[in-house]
Write a protein that binds this ligand. Structure first.
Ligand code: GLU
Length: 272
């Protein structure tokens, strides 16, 4: 039994593309519909209620596009609006987030002090600490907000003296002293992963969230007989506001033939 309907993936901007790219690599027969809410970026600086309003509309859009599953490729959305997203999605759509699969995996591995760097909205929720300690109370979890990293990434300053100096300032903070592992608790941050490894001189293991999450997604699809058998999957990219940086990074991950479609979701909830 196969299901060739698309998987919906969304984020506030380019961050979710790290996860969409991993789906394309590991699940090459799956079609994707990506929504980047670039008009409302950064989510990390917004209140939980504001985030809830944004992501309910995106979920409604992906439901209307007949998605069989939705990957919330955004930690800030997961940490502040997971229940609301599931409510709008309803029981017929599989919803996978980017925090719980990672928390469950790292909780059963030999780690003693895990660092989590993320946006203010994610750190403010303590979602990672609560999720990891739900499985293992003995692990110390340090959550540390690094808000400048998203603008650095969205403005295309990765691998520059700017990103390097900001990472040095953040990662050498006393709060992160003695960590053995680091979770990149923002889907944008894998774009800085090499630079982060350099700051720690390889002494800290960076957790590969995209691999863990997409592996979890695969098993959830398999259990529900929702896997696709599609030799020509399609990739559609919608943005609430076109940005050149999204265009550049999406083409780097998905090739030059993709089309970016600007989509206004202001009235979509009324249309449901
Ligand atoms: N993709 C980011 C959101 C970044 C932002 O819009 O502040 C996350 O995982 O939290």
């Amino acid at each position: 039994m196969y299901d060739n309907r698309p998987i919906g993936v969304f984020d506030s901007g380019v961050g979710g593309l790290n996860f969409a790219k991993e789906i394309k690599r590991l699940l090459p027969q799956e079609s994707l519909i990506y929504f980047g809410d670039t008009k409302h970026l950064p989510y990390g600086e917004k209140s939980p209620n504001t985030i809830k309003n944004y992501v309910k509309r995106i979920t409604a859009f992906l439901k209307k596009e007949n998605c069989k599953a939705i990957l919330i490729a955004c930690n800030s959305a997961t940490a502040n609006a997971l229940d609301e997203i599931k409510e709008v999605a309803g029981d017929d759509i599989l919803v996978v987030d980017v925090i719980n699969p990672v928390a469950e995996k790292v909780a059963f591995e030999l780690r003693s002090k895990i660092g989590v760097i993320a946006t203010k909205a994610t750190v403010g929720s303590n979602f990672y600490k609560k999720s990891i300690r739900k499985y293992n109370k003995h692990i110390q979890v340090v959550e540390f907000a690094t808000p400048l990293l998203v603008p650095v990434i969205e403005e295309g300053f990765c691998n520059t003296p700017i990103s390097r100096s900001i990472l040095e300032a953040y990662l050498k903070n006393k709060k992160l002293e003695g960590i053995d592992s680091l979770i990149l608790g923002c889907t944008h941050y894998p774009l800085l992963e090499k630079e982060i490894e350099q700051v720690f001189e390889g002494k800290v293991q960076i957790i590969d969230s995209p691999l863990i999450v997409v592996n979890y997604l695969y098993h959830q699809l398999q259990q529900r007989q929702l896997l696709a058998q599609n030799e020509a999957p399609t990739y559609a990219f919608y943005l609430s506001d076109y940005t050149e940086n999204f265009n550049r990074i999406s083409k780097r991950f998905f090739g030059n033939k993709i089309a970016l479609i600007e989509k206004n979701l202001d009235n979509i909830l009324e249309a449901l």
